[in-house]
Design a protein around this ligand. Sequence first.
Ligand code: HEM
Length: 172
Amino acid sequence: MAINVELLTETFQRAKAENGGLHSLGMRFYQRLFEKYPAVKPLFSTPPEEQHKKLMASLSSIVAALTAPDRMLPYLRAMGIRHLKYKTESAHYPAVAENLVAVLSEHLSKEGVWTDEMKAAWEEALNVVASVMIEAADNPEKYTAELAAMGYQADGFKASDPEPWVLAGAKA
Ligand code: HEM
């Protein structure tokens, strides 16, 4: 199935506008994640009040750059490499994706509709995001070399970038 850019963009715009916006979506994400998947809680040291802003900024960047794979791929690969440091395992990705789709469903059902098509669009997109991050985390030497030419350090950060979770130039 191809990535449904239109539906992902439309639902993300709604997520920002409805039911308390990205603050309530992001806070609910971590609340449900830690309830349903308590094993991942110890990996997080940043409190949800801060962490949710990074995740939501990252999702905004991803949605804004859906039609720009040239910018998106290095961004996701660098993030996959950074996640090695956070002790993330590939087996955690389905849990995070399940959790995000579930909280989006709750969020968007409050003031409007949530359809099977929307669910499929988000599942498909998160599957691609996870595959790219996992592929980079599984082959850090290969991708570190490629990313270095774009200014990324071996740990997936850019020295000059105070907010690595925001994709430069992506307009959400
Ligand atoms: C859809 C895929 C994912 C996205 C878009 C995402 C996004 C982010 C972002 C933006 C950060 C902030 C730090 C940085 O940019 O390096 C972060 C940190 C982190 N992520 Fe993810 N992530 C994803 C998947 C996962 C998975 C599967 C796990 C496993 C449980 C995970 C665990 C963590 C942890 C532990 C941190 C560090 C938290 C801290 O500072 O205490 N992430 N993630």
